[in-house]
Design a protein around this ligand. Structure first.
Ligand SMILES: [Zn+2]
Ligand SMILES: [Zn+2]
Length: 220
């Protein structure tokens, strides 16, 4: 397996996406289509379903990094920069009510006007900061929601995203993808999981299964 290099933990979501590109892009190109990668996302989401059904937090915490890995690998395959997609919808505020903190608009029916970004909000750089941004905007309302409600919202958005991707509606797909990430961050917040740390534990700059910096796993 060669010499063991000291690897540095990625800082931003973009860095994590790059890390996964290094580990899996060549293999994914060889073995999978983009749709296959989305099916893998679905498989991981189903493991979280199972964890939710059994209220097994450890199963959920184990599946989350894998879900991120497949979703970001899908983005790599499609040439999508996940961070840009997120920020173009959630630029420091709720896109529906424009609030930078404590949005409650999900409890109201009106879903307009549509705000694209908060002019004064700065983009967090670290993945932790991104997670905190979502906590600031939606933490209050999500404190009142059940875990299962937030998880179902993730799954709903994954389904909507899959549909728009299948129909090749690019701008709708980008919006749905941003929602998938927004709810995934909300879910991580609700579960008390530090996403960056959690991903790094499972993927410390190498494949979680074969431990190579460029995955050598057989096609599964
Ligand atoms: Zn809002
Ligand atoms: Zn591997």
């Amino acid at each position: 397996m060669g010499m063991k290099k000291t690897k540095e933990r990625p800082v931003s979501l973009r860095d994590f996406q790059e890390m996964f590109k290094g580990i899996y892009y060549d293999k994914d190109k060889r073995d999978y289509t983009s749709a296959d990668l989305l099916l893998h996302v679905q498989e991981e989401a189903a493991k979280i379903d199972e964890g939710m059904r059994k209220t097994d937090k450890s199963e959920i915490v184990r599946a989350l990094p894998n879900l991120f890995c497949w979703l970001l690998s899908f983005c790599n395959m499609e040439g999508i920069d996940a961070e840009s997609v997120i920020f173009s919808k959630y630029g420091g505020c709720c896109p529906y009510c424009g609030k930078e903190e404590n949005c409650m608009c999900i409890t109201m029916d009106q879903k307009s006007p549509y705000w694209h970004a908060s002019p004064n909000a700065s983009r967090p750089i670290a993945i932790y900061g991104l997670q905190e941004m979502f906590k600031k905007i939606y933490g209050r309302i999500n404190k009142m929601a059940w875990r299962i409600q937030i998880w179902l919202h993730v799954h709903e958005e994954l389904g909507e995203f899959s549909r728009e991707f299948r129909l090749r509606n690019e701008s709708e797909a980008a919006e749905e993808l941003a929602d998938c990430f927004a709810w995934l961050f909300a879910f991580s917040n609700k579960m008390g999981v530090d996403l960056g740390e959690n991903i790094w534990i499972v993927y410390p700059g190498e494949c979680s299964v074969c431990r190579a910096v460029k995955c050598q796993c057989p096609k599964v």
